[in-house]
Design a protein around this ligand. Structure first.
Ligand code: ZN
Length: 199
């Protein structure tokens, strides 16, 4: 059990692609525990291994509210097997302290992964709920993609980043999400609740 240092935006490791976990060893189990400790210590709802400097395809999530019991979920070698719909939401990230901006996400997502014992399982996030958004946010980290790459208003995001002393949005990393934006405009799927990290 240990709280690890979270890398901040600007650290080149956050832009690297992570490698599959080849064996769920004691070291991987300890890393998962440390990631959960680190996430809870920072009031996050998700944390990916590259955020603590480990370029491995794994992340942790807990989208339970403070009133509920802890519900930690460890996902190892996750794959997105289905996604649909679109939603706009206000998002943040533990690697971007106190920066929140509107991004586009799929509304529904199904992910297949291994648990901490190596057992496969499937998890579904629906209706643009926190779980759906957190799964996409954390999965992105494993490919070096950051939430600001999904930003709806780049200039507003740049202003917020500058205020917190972080580098600006990287234009070459922005993802073309015209299709998602069109669905959002048609369905008016905008979620206004503020999501703490990692979302
Ligand atoms: Zn993040």
């Amino acid at each position: 059990m240990a709280i690890r240092k979270i890398l901040k935006y600007g650290d080149p490791l956050l832009r690297q692609k992570s490698k599959e976990v080849s064996k769920i060893s004691k070291k991987i189990q300890t890393l998962a525990e440390d990631m959960l400790d680190t996430m809870y210590a920072n009031n996050g709802v998700g944390l990916a291994a590259p955020q603590v400097g480990e370029l491995l395809r794994m992340f942790v999530i807990d989208v339970s509210t403070p009133k509920e019991k802890y519900n930690p979920i460890v996902l190892i070698n996750p794959k997105i097997i289905k996604k649909s719909g679109a939603v706009a939401c206000n998002e943040g990230c533990l690697s971007f302290p106190e920066v929140y901006t509107d991004v586009r996400r799929y509304k529904n997502v199904t992910v297949k992964a291994l648990d901490i014992k190596g057992k496969p399982f499937i998890i579904e996030g629906k209706d643009g709920e926190l779980l759906a958004r957190a799964l996409q946010h954390e999965f992105d980290h494993l490919d070096g993609i950051l939430f600001i790459d999904h930003v709806r208003n780049r200039f507003e995001a740049d202003k917020k980043l500058e205020e917190k002393g972080l580098p600006p949005v990287q234009a070459d990393k922005l993802i073309d999400e015209t299709e998602l934006e069109n669905i959002i405009a048609e369905t008016n799927s905008v979620i206004i609740d503020k999501v703490e990290e990692d979302d």
